[in-house]
Design a protein around this ligand. Structure first.
Ligand code: TYM
Length: 336
């Protein structure tokens, strides 16, 4: 009976890079949605360590951050018994399918990826082939599991589109091998912006530490960062085009409190930005505190985390290997 219910559930897959502690942007744009969707869907979530090495990583730090990120998957409320939670490099099928998909992705379409353009303008001394081929690995992550939906923030939409193109192209040649996945991008939270330069997305690699909230920031640090958030001189809590700073704060508040913009405007009518910033900080603190507390309890239990990761990888591999085998057969690889 339980098995049958699983089969009726639609499947979602998503992943996050362990290149530093996630930000409030990762949390509201992706992680919170993952946790919210988990009961309804058959879930696969990965720590994307293979993606992380497209920019140079310190080996010891990468190792530490990979386990931290895994612990965070549990801390946000995912359940290692119900959901398939794994570390990408533990399932070699990801690298194997990525190579094959590289041969079905076009140089021209890969060259148009804005993330590649952005990153290659930042890491000018290391524009490696992996950074360029990154979307083919991401396509492999998704297509291996025949995912129906992929919950991501707006910045990953283009990668989802290329995944769909690659899947459709492959299916066009060999028959229906891959499910063509749909992006799932939340209405609110899809793009959380920097607190210091609200024209740019909030990012953990930002040099200005005041520009982003880390998911494990302490309450006083969160309060300070919001108090110094860049807004404008109008001092009216109203969502309107061009007011990127206040719009961003309203978006954050809306995600945390589940209120729409109209309700927020009413709540803060006649009150200044100062009050509002404190209220946003408070809402974020309340949202993140339980996650931090669960994380602190989990991170010292390395044996438990490793056991979950091992089981997660085994579960993931059962599905991944089936898809890879089918792909290899279709392509015409000799099997003995
Ligand atoms: P990554 O690790 O950069 O980010 C993880 C998730 O967080 C979302 N996100 C944001 N959402 C709203 N506002 C922001 N400022 C913000 N910053 C990040 C991202 O959209 C993402 O959903 N390539 C992916 C990881 C990946 C993946 C996959 C995702 C690898 N394989 C397969 C989906 C399916 C990435 O670098 O995300």
């Amino acid at each position: 009976m339980k098995m049958q219910m699983m089969e009726n559930k639609k499947r979602i897959l998503s992943a996050i890079q362990p290149s530093g502690l996630p930000t409030l942007g990762n949390y509201l744009g992706a992680l919170k949605n993952w946790a919210g969707m988990a009961r309804e869907f058959d879930c696969f979530f990965a720590v994307a360590d293979l993606h992380a090495i497209t920019v140079r990583q310190d080996p010891a730090l990468l190792k530490k951050q990979t386990l931290q990120m895994y612990a965070l998957l549990l801390a946000i409320g995912l359940d290692p018994q119900r959901d398939t939670l794994f570390i990408q490099s533990h399932v070699p099928e990801h690298s194997q399918l990525a190579w094959i998909l590289n041969c079905y992705a076009q140089f021209g379409e890969m060259s148009r990826m804005t993330q590649f353009k952005d990153k290659s303008s930042v890491y000018t001394d290391n524009i490696n082939v992996g950074l360029f081929a990154y979307p083919a690995l991401m396509a492999a992550d998704i297509l291996l599991y025949q995912a129906d939906f992929v919950p991501v923030g707006a910045d990953q939409k283009q990668h989802l589109e290329i995944t769909r193109d690659i899947a459709a192209r492959f299916n066009g040649i060999y028959g229906d091998v891959f499910k063509v996945p749909e992006p799932y991008i939340g209405k609110q939270g899809a793009r959380i912006m920097s607190l210091q330069d609200p024209s740019r997305k909030m990012s953990k690699s930002d040099e200005n530490l005041k520009s982003f909230i880390s998911i494990l920031d302490k309450p006083d640090s969160i309060m300070k960062k919001f108090k110094s958030a860049v807004t404008d001189s109008q001092a009216q809590v109203k969502y309107s085009p061009g007011k990127d700073g206040i719009n961003n704060l309203m978006n954050i508040y809306s995600c945390c409190r589940g209120k729409d913009y109209e309700e927020i405007e009413k709540e803060f009518e006649g009150r200044g930005y100062g009050d509002f910033k404190v209220a946003v900080a408070q809402a974020v603190i309340e949202e993140l505190q339980p996650v931090s507390e669960r994380f602190e309890r989990l991170i010292d239990d390395k044996a438990y985390l490793e056991q979950c990761a091992r089981q997660g990888a085994q579960k993931a591999q059962m599905t991944a290997s089936r898809t890879l085998e089918q792909v290899m057969k279709k392509v015409g690889f000799y099997k003995i």
